[in-house]
Design a protein around this ligand. Structure first.
Ligand SMILES: N[C@@H](CCC(=O)N[C@@H](CS)C(=O)NCC(=O)O)C(=O)O
Length: 212
């Protein structure tokens, strides 16, 4: 069986959990407690030398980084597809995914916000996170307005949705971002909350989520 090294609140793990659920793949959940620093344990560093979740183990093969994992799953288990066949819509999916993974998530990653909090305090940490999430969301709101249907790039769920849903979840639940400026993204956030593959991937549903 596939094994996923994950942390309940990690948005990068969250994307992969959605992908696994959409493809109907069962997996064993291996919790890595990022707050306790388990990502830096020698055993975990053998799995992913950079010390980040998620990591997927498929038999004797190990792959880390949510994008690489999702593309591996896409080729090995093509149905249902995570990418549209239309070339331009596919490119927009890559663009939206990369706005989240390169221009938002790294700036609000645990190590970064912890560092800012230590150097400048909790208020600065929150301003920092909200500024960078807001900048990315403003771009996504503009980008997706010409492509969105029920979901980010049409009426089917694709890669962009797997990146957006966890980032929206974090913005709303963790960083209390005011979403009224992003009506399209807020509508997508609500649409995702109705889909079982997304519901079951939610942080609070994971075995390592705190009980209260
Ligand atoms: N590009 C990587 C980023 C992985 C990443 O940043 N993971 C975060 C959780 S979302 C992490 O493990 N952080 C631990 C730390 O900052 O020490 C991916 O998409 O998987």
């Amino acid at each position: 069986m596939l094994k996923l090294f994950s942390y309940w609140r990690s948005s990068c793990s969250h994307r992969v959990r959605i992908g696994l659920n959409l493809k109907g793949l069962e997996y064993e959940y291996k919790a890595v407690n990022l707050v306790k620093g388990e990502q830096f344990s020698p055993d975990f560093l053998k799995i992913n030398p950079i010390g980040y979740v998620p990591a997927l183990v498929d038999g004797d093969f190990v792959v880390s980084d949510s994008f690489a994992i999702l593309m591996y799953l896409e080729e090995k288990y093509p149905q249902p597809p995570l990418l549209p066949s239309d070339l331009k819509r596919k490119a927009i999916n890559y663009q939206a995914a990369n706005i989240v993974s390169s221009s938002i998530q790294p700036l609000q990653n645990l190590a970064v916000v912890k560092y800012i909090e230590e150097k400048a305090g909790a208020d600065e940490r929150d301003i920092w996170a909200k500024t960078h999430i807001g900048k990315g969301f403003a771009a996504l709101e503009k980008l997706l307005k010409d492509y969105a249907g029920k979901y980010a790039t049409g009426d089917e769920v694709f890669l962009a949705d797997l990146y957006l849903a966890p980032q929206l979840y974090a913005a709303v639940n963790r960083f209390n971002l005011d979403m009224t400026q992003f009506p399209l993204l807020l509508r997508l956030h609500e649409a995702y909350s109705k889909l079982p593959a997304f519901q079951n991937a939610a942080p609070e549903k994971q075995p390592d989520a705190p009980s209260s």
